[in-house]
Write a protein that binds this ligand. Sequence first.
Ligand code: SDX
Length: 406
Amino acid sequence: ERGLRVADKGFLNTAVITSEITYIDGEKGVLRYRGYPIEQLALDSSFLETAYLLIYGNLPTKEQYHVFEGEVMHHSIAHQDTEGLFRAFRYDAHPMSILTSAFAYLGSMYSEARCFHFSHALLKMIELNIGHRPTRLCKGSRYTRSKATTLAAMAYRIRQGRKFVTPPAGLSYTASFLYQLDHLGEESYTPSPILAKALDVLFLLHADHELNASCTTVLQTSSSLVDPYSAVAAGCASLYGPLHGGANEAVIRMLISIGSPDNVPAFVEAVKRREKVLSGFGHRVYKTTDPRSFIIRKTADEVFKVTGKDELLETAMRLHDIAMNDEYFIKRKLAPNVDFWSGLIYRAMGFPLDFFPVLFAVPRVVGWLAHWRQMMLQPGGVKIWRPRQIYVGPTRRDYIPMEDRV
Ligand code: SDX
């Protein structure tokens, strides 16, 4: 085919859209959301305020934030939805597959409203997908937009066979999430403000990262104008992989398999022989340390003051120090990414290991929806994403009956 050129393997150096949402300079380790440096947002903003920034493009005024927060925090799940969602879940599945099926289930409920064109009103309602309230879309059809944290908390408690709890009003976004999880199984669980703040910083740092594999999946899926729930379900499926959002779980499994700081040198040699992968290191875009990992490392120290240090921390620090000074990793520009330290925080906070990718997916729904909105509002409307290929298979040949084949 004339004019076609195969993109480098894995879309290396291939831009498929222009975007105003997130800026990354991989050489300098720069990350900005709508122009604001991630370091300033992590210090002075909150996940919810940053969610508004990512979706709408500017920091909210007090009034805008009050309305947005009210929308998002209003999360009473309507009973028939709970029943339906419970039926959609399998008790023994990985929480990420429960979360994926929950969004896919909502997509199936939402399909009644497929008649509805993506108007501004709908966009606004869906954008608040991180919020939840029963919403009338078309006459007679009723569906609910369920908050990602609500679904994640359901996925968590269903697996434990525990009923779902609605948090009291007045808690922050992440404290409300921790309350719904009540992951320590205490009776009158009151989330620690320090842990809720740490989770808020982690959510903020994970909210968006331009066109990573899962965001591309959401946009590729959305380009056929399927409902955004099904697109988010596809994004969850992509994020779950150990090369992407599943790496926070893979890092801990790696540290547990290493066993102790004394075993790190042997592990590093196995990585250099390509027998092992150093999870939590390397990045398609960052060719220096991921700026998020510095903030997460500092946040870990705050969390450990409350929870006590995780015994895997020493192994992680030894691995970090050896890898950062080893020619094999330096030459390949491999450095810690967002996943290297985050799992240690989730583990210290008491989350089960296979819930870690869910803690990545929940805030990332905001970034996916910001990109989805940008796609739905692009001038000229949505164009289906249909890349081409360069065909290198057999030239034309005629069919041979089975009995004549040798
Ligand atoms: C996330 O894209 C995003 O923005 C993602 C993310 C987001 O916020 O959405 O930042 C979140 O997914 C972070 C990445 C989490 N994944 C991991 O930690 C898994 C471990 N990392 C690797 O699998 C790898 O680094 C990737 C997948 C992250 C990036 O892979 P690339 O860009 O395809 O790099 P590559 O495979 O071409 O590697 C280049 C070289 C190769 O060696 P050579 O063949 O040139 O000799 O570096 C080596 C690779 O073998 N290499 C590694 C390595 N990562 C790359 N060797 C050992 N351990 C590693 N982790």
